[in-house]
Design a binder for this molecule. Structure first.
Ligand code: LLP
Length: 416
């Protein structure tokens, strides 16, 4: 559930009319709802309230500082994949002791910084990474807390670009090698084994792949216990899907209830989740304005002011995202449109074959744009990235200014 609803034919974000925000801040514009972000985070945290746990929001989904700060104030942890994301967590007032660090290509510099600030855990994705971390920690005279990210080889049944838990994917250490990898880790002087980690993919709409992965992790945990290696936490990654159209992904509570059945007798094992999309996607919309209606033969285009540089999901994954009018009309007739952007690429579209009753100048909202929206935006075609606004009840806060042209070439130099 979210707080973007129609009242009298007008789209509202909490208690603010979206059309007013578009007029005030311009378009394209990302709008987030504080109440929705908090509600989604609590859905995970409350589901786990009777079990030791930590919710580590995957900040790649939406890394705006105001967004992170809201979660930090709720006591959230964070899943990061780069030093940049770590610096964002710190700048937003997040607690480094609640940070887990995923990613296949951590550099020595990133490791050093993460050790300096005292993160909770490195999710190590390969043996060479483990050896590098051991060395960096040794040079600093500390021990690095780790989980090994294990690739459980289960099919997440999602888009191939966002499926990560199959053996052909680049992520994690293969399930067959995991036990041996833990033995190696256990011998390293500057490594402190804390957990077991996996993440099998994103936008999962069924429980069974999560539960299959959990089963495999629990078998590994028992093998590790036989080897005298005790595990403090099990990190099952992120991946819970959201409703873009008519999907019916499980609620966090359903997921947790099914998992806790499997964890009987392991009441001290901390559970960690890394949700990104499930917290952020439906907490945000992107608003765009119709620049032109172009009718050609039997094709109708709604040419809007937001393009693939602002929101790349439809172009990159052929992701279907709902497009709705900001003001519903009583008159006029609807037409089937391809909603396309200004970027010079055929793949620049927000949606195809959408039935809409619109005219030039109207505002449209792309729903579920809070995750992997702004965070994947770029300056392609030398376009300024949009502004971001956080609505909180009847207040609207500009949480990121629209870029200006000078921002785009800052750091560039002419030669003589
Ligand atoms: N943990 C790890 C290690 C991850 O790689 C990811 C996402 C997450 C957690 C969070 O997954 P979520 O709960 O958001 O599904 N750009 C794509 C999604 C890429 C996901 C990458 N990893 C999209 O727009 O669909």
């Amino acid at each position: 559930m979210d707080y973007f609803n129609y009242k009298d034919g007008q789209l509202w974000a909490e208690d603010v009319a979206v059309a007013d925000l578009a007029a005030r801040f311009g378009t394209p514009l990302y709008i987030y709802s504080r109440a929705t972000i908090e509600r989604h985070w609590h859905a995970f945290n409350d589901a786990l309230s009777n079990h030791p746990h930590l919710i580590c929001y995957a900040i790649k989904a939406n890394s705006n500082l105001a967004f992170l700060n809201l979660l930090a104030r709720l006591g959230s942890g964070f899943d990061i994949v780069s030093q940049g994301e770590l610096e964002r967590v710190l700048a937003a007032g997040g607690d480094p002791a609640k940070v887990v660090f995923s990613g296949v290509a951590k550099t020595a510099v990133e490791m050093k910084r993460a050790l300096e600030v005292g993160i909770r855990c490195f999710n190590v994705e390969s043996l060479p990474e483990l050896h590098r971390l051991n060395q960096v920690a040794g040079e600093m005279g500390v021990k690095a807390p780790i989980s090994l990210r294990v690739n459980p080889d289960v099919d997440a049944k999602t888009h191939p670009y966002i499926s990560t838990g199959l053996k052909e994917n680049k992520f994690g250490i293969s399930y067959q090698l995991a036990r041996e990898a833990y033995r190696i880790a256990n011998e390293l002087p500057h490594i402190d084994i804390r957990g077991v980690d996996c993440h099998i993919g994103s936008q999962l709409t069924e429980l069974s792949p999560f539960l299959d992965a959990a089963d495999r992790m629990l078998v590994l945990l028992d093998q590790l216990a036989e080897d005298g290696i005790s595990i403090h936490h099990l990190d099952l990654g992120g991946g819970l899907g959201v409703r873009y159209d008519d999907e019916t992904p499980p609620e966090p509570m359903e997921y947790v209830t099914a998992l806790l059945q499997k964890l009987k007798g392991r009441e001290h094992l901390e559970l960690c989740f890394e949700p990104g999309r499930a917290i952020a996607a439906n907490a945000g919309i992107m608003v765009t304005q119709v620049e032109y209606i172009k009718d050609q033969d039997d094709h109708h285009f709604a040419i809007v002011d937001a393009g693939m540089n602002d929101l790349i999901r439809p172009s990159l994954y052929e992701a279907w995202m709902k497009i709705i009018p900001v003001e519903q009309k009583d008159s006029g007739k609807s037409q089937v449109y391809d909603v396309v952007g200004p970027v010079c690429e055929t793949g620049d579209f927000l949606g195809k074959k959408r039935e809409l009753n619109i005219s030039q100048g109207d505002f449209l909202a792309v729903r579920s744009a809070g995750a992997y929206g702004f965070s994947m935006s770029s300056n392609y075609n030398t376009r300024c990235r949009p502004a971001e606004v956080m609505v909180d009840g009847s207040a609207a806060h500009l949480v990121r200014e629209r870029e200006r042209f000078e921002d785009l070439w800052r750091g560039e130099h002419l030669i003589k």
